[in-house]
Write a protein that binds this ligand. Structure first.
Ligand SMILES: [Zn+2]
Ligand SMILES: [Zn+2]
Length: 228
């Protein structure tokens, strides 16, 4: 994906609620799975990558399962992975322990080693690359004319996971200063809303009715771990 498309994606995500990077991460993962299941399910390279990873990670397995119309593609993938698992865990007659050594720890270790994933979940690999691009475009958009600064200031900010990843990628002093300032302000807003939520739970103020702080306890916790 080129930077221009990433820039427009970010612009759109920044006006939505929650961490824009989490939102885009989810969108890219859904899109990747869509392409995979509709077009590339028989691609030998992708099939091998999935085999080596022993399927998808937990998050992306759940995403794939709830993907519409995915049953046949996922059945082919699952069969492939399971066939591979059965082959690798098959007892080798030359190295099989004798009955006397049935409980041999060495043998268990062999199977364990063979069953260890040899690669990361392919959806994770893809979304990680996309996240890096989005973070770079965001940081770039906070310097010079700073075309993304106003939208970023008005947004909910990044979750803590993506804030830390952005910090690790920030190379420019101006972008770094803007990043920290906006995130600090977003964190401060959360604390103020939490205070308001807690205050309104006092019976003396119950009649005041809820405002934006209604669901802040959820947003504040999700901002620590990100939205999946
Ligand atoms: Zn996030
Ligand atoms: Zn994954």
């Amino acid at each position: 994906m080129e930077s221009t498309k990433a820039f427009y994606d970010l612009q759109e995500a920044l006006v939505q609620s929650g961490c824009p990077l989490c939102r885009l991460r989810k969108e890219r993962a859904e899109q990747y799975l869509d392409n995979l299941l509709w077009e590339n399910v028989n691609d030998p390279g992708i099939r091998q990558a999935i085999r080596k990873a022993l399927g998808f990670c937990r998050e992306h397995t759940h995403m794939a399962i709830s993907h519409p119309g995915a049953a046949l593609g996922l059945a082919l993938i699952a069969r492939d992975v399971w066939e591979n698992i059965l082959q690798t865990s098959e007892t080798d007659p030359h190295t099989a322990p004798s009955p006397r050594w049935r409980r041999s720890a060495v043998s268990a270790e062999r199977v364990l080693t063979r069953l260890a994933p040899q690669a990361e979940c392919p959806v994770c690999i893809h979304t990680q690359e996309m996240e890096d691009l989005y973070l770079d475009v965001l940081l770039e958009g906070l310097t010079g004319d700073a075309p993304l600064l106003a939208a970023y200031e008005a947004s909910d900010g990044l979750c803590l996971i993506h804030f830390r990843r952005a910090l690790a990628r920030a190379r420019d002093g101006e972008a770094l200063a803007a990043l920290i300032r906006v995130q600090h302000a977003a964190g401060q807003r959360l604390v103020e809303e939490l205070d308001e939520f807690i205050r309104k739970n006092d019976y003396r103020f119950r009649d005041e009715g809820w405002g934006r702080e209604r669901d802040v306890w959820q947003r504040a916790l999700l901002a620590l771990v990100g939205n999946t």
